[in-house]
Design a protein around this ligand. Structure first.
Ligand code: GH3
Ligand code: MG
Ligand code: MG
Ligand code: MG
Length: 316
């Protein structure tokens, strides 16, 4: 427990120190006037900020800035506002008590200070502070968990790329953005060729590993931050390419097809002897298109044609 004592009277300061030390609080810092206290905290002058205090004992009546003004300055700062301030008031300060609480003081104690009272009040303030710190740390933990959960709930567990839910969200958002800007938007629908046979020959575990490698290959091929690779279904992936026209999308599709081929994943039951993909491409300006579902359907039809025409190819 680290406590800052602010009082202009040497006797008062010493008394406070002695009582606190007897109560077991040994980490004490003292300041003679308000300005010096603010300098200790790093709120004035050029010392670094020191937020590591558990409590401040603040005299009200001091030469220069009084304790009420100093408390207001401390409490206005987000880094310091949670440090409890106990006002130490002489009888002539009583009229200021209301202002003291308005400035953000947590509690007050009368001068002359009695050992039993100071110890009790400090104890209860520190307990409260501790509870508040614990609550804040639990809240932070909860926020982190929520964020992690949200991130995970958008990812496909096997391949690590976006899942269908995320695809739907992003597609909806990108569609509306494309409509607003009358911009191009393209979709690639991609399906692994002869994948059932791959599973049958090499087993499901190898099948899973193959899916993951293909997904990572797709992820490497997309370059723009707004592009999205998602696992659309079992061994089907969908790519959203905002602000990309048919020509550009076609080029990307062709280069992806080539990259997957170059992964050189053995597949004895495929015509090429390795794992390949078929890709359907659809593109358009939303203004010339009735609905996002239509663009999706076109990319699906194009994929179907790529399968019919022999696989390991791109169709528009
Ligand atoms: P085509 O070239 O026409 O696409 O033939 P195909 O065999 O790839 O197509 P089909 O749709 O008949 O088979 C898809 C296979 O993908 C069947 C299914 O077992 C497999 N599959 C889907 N999801 C997973 C998965 O998560 N892991 C593994 N290992 N296999 C999966
Ligand atoms: Mg004083
Ligand atoms: Mg397939
Ligand atoms: Mg399929």
């Amino acid at each position: 427990m680290r406590i800052l004592i602010v009082d202009d009277s040497d006797t008062a300061r010493m008394l406070l120190q002695t009582i606190l030390q007897q109560a077991g609080y040994t980490n004490l810092v003292t300041a003679r006037v308000a300005r010096e206290a603010l300098e200790v905290l790093g709120l004035r002058g050029d010392r670094p900020r020191d937020v590591d205090f558990d409590c401040i004992l603040m005299d009200i009546n001091m030469p220069g800035m009084d304790g009420i003004e100093a408390t207001r300055i401390i409490k206005e700062d987000p880094d310091f506002k949670d440090i409890p301030v106990i006002m130490v008031t002489a009888s002539e300060d009583e009229a200021n008590l209301e202002k003291a609480f308005e400035s953000g003081a947590t509690d007050y104690i009368n001068k002359p200070v009695r050992q039993i009272e100071l110890t009790a009040r400090i104890g209860s303030v520190l307990r409260l502070k501790h509870e508040m710190d614990m609550r804040k740390s639990r809240e932070r933990e909860l926020e982190n968990l929520t964020r992690t959960f949200q991130e995970l709930s958008n990812l496909d567990g096997l391949t690590g790329v976006a899942n269908r839910r995320r695809f739907d969200d992003v597609y909806d958002r990108e569609w509306r953005s494309a409509r607003r800007d009358n911009a191009d938007i393209s979709l690639l629908m991609l399906d692994i060729d002869f994948f059932k046979a791959y599973n049958d020959r090499y087993g499901h575990l190898k099948g899973d590993a193959c899916l993951t490698r293909v997904a990572q290959c797709l992820n490497k091929e997309i370059k723009r931050p707004r592009d999205l690779v998602a696992r659309y279904g079992g061994e089907e992936f969908a790519l959203i390419l905002p602000e990309t026209d048919l020509d550009g999308a076609h080029r990307i599709a062709e280069s992806i097809r080539q990259r997957v081929l170059e992964l050189n994943i053995e597949h004895a039951d495929s015509e090429t002897g390795v794992v390949t993909v078929s890709v359907g491409v659809a593109s358009g300006k939303p203004s010339g298109m009735p609905s996002p579902a239509d663009l999706l359907a076109s990319s699906d039809k194009a994929l179907y044609r790529a399968k019919l025409e022999g696989r390991n190819r791109v169709c528009l």
